[in-house]
Ligand binder design. Structure first.
Ligand SMILES: Cc1ncc(COP(=O)(O)O)c(C=O)c1O
Length: 406
């Protein structure tokens, strides 16, 4: 049974006050709070088990290496990857997309080749492809969302042409909460030999993910949204694609031998992980993934469906609130503006006075803002510890905003 009251006690920050009110943390889309078990694991690693990995033959180095490397298996289970060596450690999804851009795409794509992406991508899944446009003349082909914020997979498939070399698509929008049918896109793309990069930054937090079932070539996750530390993350790369990648950053650990004239590389996945990695961050991410898997991803998804339905009902009852996106697939992420209210920053400042953390701005999704005809929105994004009572508090605070600004 999913006991949210008990779960909340696992997160020490949730018992603090902000501006004299109990914290209501609704900025999970930006970054999630941390369970004590994860904080303890980091403390333990630094206090009693710390050394550099892969380098020493001494006890602590072996211990740290073992703990660090075990996380690969945890990520493999979390994503249901076929092989453990299909998991690369990263500092987050931003690094993952830059790695794909540099290591897989740059050596292959030529002027006029096309990358298909949706208009609701996060900048992390846009700018690395812009680099290829600027440097190599690659063409970016944008697929629009409909009035509900849905992305028709057929529109993506129809856009595939002889010049299409890659599809980069989000699994779940960080602004609208829309879940994209990436499985259908991947099946069609694979039949045409086009690799698909899936941005799992949001979806992996809210629903079970099975990369084999999705059939993608690349799938990126970011640890700090998964209740883990900042500077941690992982990239799933299917074995055949990893074999096609050139090394990313050069340095220690990623090599086999270096001489004055020649360098040979380590085996994958280490070939793509240079220098001293985020050892403790990665260990912390492993503990956070265990925490989520122990709760059960289906149970988390079910809990958040209840929150989403309740929030949808309450927020849509405010006829001066414009909710962006109304997809039936939507997760518990709500972006909105207020009729007559000033900038979304004003809304977030007022609700902050009630101890409620929401985000205001373009959410690193400016092409989507342009598509929606706004410059910014206010976003309430829910996580595994949020409650329907917190939705009520948000609604009360928004009513106050409406009174103040209208
Ligand atoms: C959909 C999506 N993609 C990518 C990112 C980038 O993640 P990170 O900054 O952890 O690399 C985010 C973070 O907000 C996101 O929401």
């Amino acid at each position: 049974m999913y006991d949210v009251t008990k779960i909340r006690k696992d997160f020490p920050i949730l018992s603090r006050e902000v501006n004299g009110k109990p914290l209501v943390y609704l900025d999970n889309g930006a970054s999630a709070q941390k369970p004590q078990v994860m904080i303890d694991a980091i403390t333990q690693a630094y206090s009693h088990e710390y050394a550099n990995v892969h380098r020493g033959l001494h006890y602590l180095s072996n211990l740290a290496t073992d703990k660090y490397e075990k996380v690969r298996g945890k990520v493999q289970r979390f994503l249901n990857a076929q092989h453990e060596d299909e998991i690369l450690f990263t500092t987050g999804t931003t690094e993952a997309f830059n790695m794909i851009s540099y290591s897989w795409a740059a050596p292959r794509l030529q002027a006029g080749d096309e990358i298909i992406l949706s208009v609701m991508e996060h900048h992390a899944n846009i700018v690395p492809w812009h680099f290829l446009r600027e440097r190599q003349g690659v063409v970016l082909k944008w697929i629009e969302t409909d009035v509900n914020g849905d992305l028709d997979p057929q529109a993506v498939i129809d856009a595939i042409g002889p010049k299409t070399k890659m599809i980069a698509i989000t699994h779940m929008s960080n602004v609208l909460g829309t879940v994209v049918d990436v499985k259908t896109i991947c099946a069609a793309a694979r039949a045409r030999g086009v690799p698909v990069v899936v941005d799992g930054s949001q979806s992996s937090v809210h629903m079970p993910v099975d990369v084999q079932d999705i059939g993608c070539d690349f799938f990126a996750i970011t640890g700090h949204k998964l209740y883990g530390p900042t500077g941690s993350g992982a990239l799933y790369v299917r074995r055949d694609r990893m074999a096609e990648m050139r090394p990313f950053m050069g340095g220690g650990d990623m090599i086999r031998d270096v001489s004055r004239d020649v360098v040979t590389y380590n085996d994958a996945p280490h070939k793509f992980e240079s220098g001293t990695p985020g050892i403790v961050q990665t260990i912390g991410m492993g503990v956070a993934l265990d925490y989520m898997m122990d709760l059960g991803m289906q149970n988390i998804a079910q809990h958040e469906r209840v929150i989403r339905d309740y929030a949808q009902k309450r927020l849509s009852g405010l006829n001066w609130l414009n909710i962006q996106g109304n997809s039936a697939t939507k997760g518990a992420i709500f972006s909105f503006t207020l009729d007559g209210a000033g900038h979304p920053h004003d809304i977030s400042t007022v609700v902050d006075q009630k101890g409620i953390a929401v985000r205001a701005g373009h959410h690193c999704a400016q092409p989507l803002m342009t598509h929606l005809g706004v410059t910014a929105t206010c976003r309430a994004s829910f996580g595994l510890y949020n409650t329907t009572e917190e939705v009520d508090k948000l609604v009360d605070a928004l009513e106050l905003c409406h009174d103040l600004f209208s």
